[in-house]
Design a protein around this ligand. Structure first.
Ligand SMILES: Nc1nc2c(ncn2[C@@H]2O[C@H](COP(=O)(O)OP(=O)(O)O)[C@@H](O)[C@H]2O)c(=O)[nH]1
Ligand SMILES: [Mg+2]
Length: 585
């Protein structure tokens, strides 16, 4: 376990006893403990088929365990972990797994459809030396499109850093790779670029390719990054790349804000409890009725927003997504025509699916970003009066701002780096919403049922939930279009076909399916933001309510509570200072 991880876990462990004696709920503390404990940093190794990804990883491991060669061997993403009991776990689509012998990896690709990915446990010193980093051998662009898409869909939100491998033989970064890098950028993921097989070219040739690649990266990604040249020394080079990753820092980036938010939230609850204990009965009752009123306003606002979503915003969002897809498919026109002329159906479908993925991901994320910010503002306005009165009650003029800032920050989080998560939060929450809809006999047009979410799905998670099903579908309907290519066409004929039939039919297909998926996830986003506001307000309500009740029973108890809370506040501040603010090693 990393030092940062144990510092954070110790912090949570020591604050738990401080709050169990008060009426403050420890839910988020235990949730965070669980997440931090199970964090692994996934580092996917991506690149074209035959770029040398598996060879590089074999060199790093010092053993030839991953299949290499002329046919795409890696059809299933393979995670590398240390264990003194070597074995292979094949993870099934339902989340269950099958335990196999390490040697089974050679034949498993014939069963690729049954599994989402593989976990390979090896008794290997290199893996033992860096237990927090999990390298992933990814299927290349030349493997089956369905498997490639499955792997990208799974690892794009989960990878913390990507190692991008290109063979010097390719001469530059291919369009496919550029689109892939574009997706990484949308997801806010960093990458290291490896120029592989440099031993196959002269120094001058390598230098020429390196300059070209550098320029492509500069043009497409603004900032430059060092290009790592790899020949037969893959072992050492990959080791250096990993050493530069600074896992402690990555873990800190993933959890620091959450821990600080938790601490602020606990402190503000302690302060609220202290305030409430010092106020009289009537003042407390007034605060309680204001809070109850606030929850009603949130609910009313939510129903209003959902209505507006269905009436207006959805159509606008669908249009802007489809326009982007159309525009970017137009840009890829000559690439599509060339693939068609070469009779390369695989390449053709791959281009369509990549373009759809990257343009959809970008535009849907933009839409969701705009939506999330505007609804947080809407809800905050709806409870503006509550904000004022609670600000007075607790002598904290920023009472409401703190809540909205916290919710905004949570929505913008990009780290879903927990290797052990079988499903994204968005999936879980959507599932819960579906269950409640069914149970309550929900009908189209009715207000959505209330879901007690297990945390907020981020803008990115919601985006992923829309894009992934659409990519699967883009593959399903392509074969019909592709039949056309087998009839030996001329370039101009093909171009007309691409412009007049194929691009419109992709758009048509998306127009059929996108609105339902988009509406669903936009509703999930709105419902979650409203649930989060309600949770924040309800938490305060519950706290004051319990204090009022306990004071009625026992007047002395409040003196004891005040002493307890004051001590808890001091200790919490002290512990937080050590664990979160001073330990910037
Ligand atoms: N000369 C040379 N050949 C390499 C290198 N890396 C991989 N290869 C060869 O390239 C082919 C494909 O490699 P593989 O690791 O299977 O690529 P992957 O599809 O990206 O996993 C194999 O025949 C390897 O022997 C390298 O650094 N130098
Ligand atoms: Mg491979």
């Amino acid at each position: 376990m990393l030092k940062t991880q144990s510092t954070y876990l110790n912090y949570l462990k020591s604050i738990l006893p401080l709050i169990v004696e008060t009426s403050i709920q420890p839910d988020e503390v235990t949730r965070l403990q669980n997440d931090i404990e199970h964090t692994e940093l996934l580092v996917p190794v991506i690149g074209a088929f035959s770029a040398g990804k598996s060879s590089l990883l074999n060199a790093f491991l010092g053993e030839n365990v991953l299949g290499i060669g002329l046919t795409p061997e890696t059809e299933l993403a393979t995670e590398l972990r240390y264990s003194n009991d070597p074995h292979l776990l094949a993870i099934r689509l339902d989340g269950g797994s099958e335990r196999l012998d390490v040697s089974a990896i050679a034949g498993i690709k014939t069963r690729a459809k049954e599994f989402t990915h593989l976990q390979l446990y090896l008794d290997n010193p290199r893996l033992k030396a860096s237990p927090s980093l999990v390298l992933v051998d990814m299927p290349g662009f030349g493997s089956s499109l369905a498997n490639h898409n499955k792997a990208i869909a799974y690892y794009l939100p989960r990878g913390v850093h990507f190692i991008v491998v290109t063979s010097v033989e390719d001469g530059n970064i291919t369009q496919s790779m550029l689109r892939q890098l574009d997706d990484l950028q949308t997801y806010g993921r960093d990458f290291t670029f490896l120029l592989n097989k440099v031993n196959l070219r002269s120094d001058e040739q390598v230098q020429e390719v390196a300059e070209l690649v550098d320029e492509q990266i500069r043009i497409n990604f603004v900032d430059t990054r060092p290009l790592v040249k790899v020949g037969l020394d893959g072992d050492a080079r990959l080791g250096e790349v990993l050493a530069r990753l600074q896992p402690e820092q990555i873990v800190r980036q993933v959890f620091e804000d959450r821990l600080k938010d938790l601490t602020h939230s606990l402190l503000s609850q302690i302060n609220l409890a202290l305030t409430s204990l010092k106020k009289n009965q009537a003042e407390n009752q007034h605060a309680l009725s204001e809070l109850a009123n606030g929850i009603r306003q949130i609910e009313r606002k939510r129903d209003g927003i959902l209505e507006d979503l269905r009436d207006k915003q959805l159509d606008r969002a669908v249009d802007s997504c489809l326009n982007a897809v159309g525009r970017e498919l137009d840009n890829a026109q000559s690439e599509l025509v060339s693939a068609g002329l070469a009779g390369n159906q695989d390449a053709f479908s791959r281009i369509v699916s990549e373009v759809v993925r990257s343009s959809m991901t970008r535009t849907i994320k933009e839409q969701m970003d705009i939506l999330s910010r505007s609804v947080v503002t809407d809800f905050a306005q709806a409870v503006g009066d509550l904000g004022k009165s609670m600000g007075q009650f607790s002598s904290d003029p920023n009472w409401l701002d703190q809540i909205t800032d916290r919710i905004n920050r949570t929505l913008q989080k990009t780290g879903e780096t927990l290797g052990h998560w079988s499903k994204s939060l968005a999936d879980r929450n959507t599932h819960e919403l579906e269950r409640l809809k069914k149970e309550g006999g929900w009908k189209e047009g009715n207000p959505l049922p209330r879901v007690s979410y297990q945390g907020l799905a981020t803008v990115l998670a919601v985006t992923t939930s829309v894009v992934n099903p659409l990519i699967e579908l883009a593959i399903i309907f392509l074969p019909q279009i592709l039949a056309f290519f087998n009839e030996g066409r001329q370039r101009e004929q093909l171009r007309q076909k691409v412009i007049n039939e194929i691009i419109p039919s992709v758009k048509r297909e998306l127009r059929d399916r996108l609105p339902v998926l988009l509406a669903e996830q936009m509703e999930v986003l709105v419902t979650q933001v409203s649930a989060e506001f309600e949770r924040e307000i309800g938490e305060k309500q519950k706290l004051i309510d319990e204090l009022v009740a306990s004071r009625n029973h026992d007047a002395e108890a409040s003196e004891h509570q005040i002493a307890l809370l004051t001590r808890a506040r001091e200790q919490l501040q002290q512990l937080a200072k050590q664990a979160l603010y001073e330990s910037q090693q």
